[in-house]
Write a protein that binds this ligand. Structure first.
Ligand code: TRP
Length: 347
């Protein structure tokens, strides 16, 4: 069986370092591993509209931004198909057919939908499109017969629900769809990088994100005001690592080789942590080190972004080309689906 990847992001803003360690970086590694036959990376604009129906301009303006983030991180249009969800109208058609296989109570139990309904304050006025987006996400995945979906752990319930839809479809009609496997980050800190304020999730509305495209000066300021251990007041005080955002970011980004260059008094992260816990190590020193570590990773990405930004029409052309290709693939699956459902009268 072919090994196929599909994953994507909602274009509701520029991508941040949480996206990067949670998924983007891994995608690039998977792409370059040469182990996959096909890779589809989707800008989920239709899904973004399910909770931004009144703000199409926000979604539109972030299409190119997300594409720039993708390409500057190393997603290569020669190896991965980068496409825009709404162009592939077959996905909407699949969603409609799959929705017959899903109950309202099952959707209500989806933990991600549940918590997003709370976050967005929808209460009893939940848009139907938003409520049913797990079904649309199952369509995104299955249209490409994806075997592997690399995502952050907040997306686990979506993949679980997609697997159920596949099983239900295949047993009701015919073995057409492929059950996808989720691929989570292997490092716990990367699973869900907290915001700079220590809150569980990075979110634009909370203003606690470090964006891939932030200027070095902004990144420095954000790191310097990061949440650490509130009881670590004087340098001599012992410090806590749990819930200490600076150390969580170091867990996600630091490689021990970087000590030699930026903080030669230590050899590895473990040594730094032990000193912090003992007392005698100030937050500012750790934060400055984190800044160097982060910029080591982001500087090449930012340099590529500046190049790509010079020719936005070329970036849009990459998306157009990818979208045409994705549409062809999805159309083949849709026609198999319709055949299995016995609604292929005129073929
Ligand atoms: N829900 C994902 C997010 O919020 C985006 C997405 C849409 C997606 N369809 C997908 C991810 C299919 C993986 C597979 O980031």
């Amino acid at each position: 069986m072919k090994k196929i990847i599909l994953t994507g992001d909602r274009p509701t803003g520029k991508l941040h370092v949480g996206h990067y360690v949670g998924s983007l970086k891994r995608r690039v590694e998977l792409q370059n591993s040469g182990e996959y036959d096909e890779i589809y990376i989707m800008i989920a604009d239709a899904q973004a509209l399910t909770d931004n129906a009144d703000n199409p301009e926000k979604v539109r303006s972030n299409i190119a931004e997300v594409a720039l983030d993708y390409m500057s991180c190393g997603l290569d249009p020669e190896k991965s198909t980068l496409f825009v969800q709404s162009y592939v109208s077959e996905l909407t058609e699949l969603t409609f057919y799959y929705s017959n296989l899903v109950t309202v109570s099952r959707l209500k139990r989806n933990p991600t939908v549940k918590s997003e309904i709370q976050q967005r304050g929808f209460h009893s006025s939940i848009p139907v499109g938003f409520f049913t987006y797990p079904i649309s996400q199952a369509a995104d995945i299955t249209a490409f017969k994806a075997t592997t979906v690399p995502v952050g752990d907040d997306q686990l319930p979506m993949i679980e629900q997609a697997r159920e839809i596949v099983r239900s479809f295949n047993s009701t009609y015919a073995e057409v769809l492929v059950e996808p496997n989720v691929l989570l980050p292997d490092n716990k800190a990367c699973m869900r990088l907290p915001g700079t304020d220590g809150k569980a999730k990075m979110s634009k509305s909370l203003g606690n994100c470090i964006y891939l495209s932030d200027t070095p000066e902004d990144i420095r300021k954000k790191i310097m005001s990061m949440y650490t251990d509130p009881d670590h007041i004087r340098i001599e005080d012992p410090g806590k690592l749990e819930g200490n955002t600076v150390f969580t970011y170091l867990d996600a980004f630091c490689q021990d080789e970087l000590f030699a260059e930026y903080l030669p008094e230590y050899h590895c992260l473990q040594e730094l942590k032990e000193h912090y816990q003992r007392g005698g190590l100030g937050d500012v020193k750790v934060k400055k080190f984190l800044y160097s570590v982060l910029m080591e990773e982001l500087a090449p990405i930012q340099a590529r972004r500046r190049e790509l930004e010079k020719d936005i029409p070329a970036v849009m052309e990459v998306l157009h080309r990818g979208s045409r290709k994705a549409k062809e693939t999805a159309a083949r699956t849709l026609s198999e689906v319709k055949h299995a459902m016995k609604i292929d009268y005129f073929d």
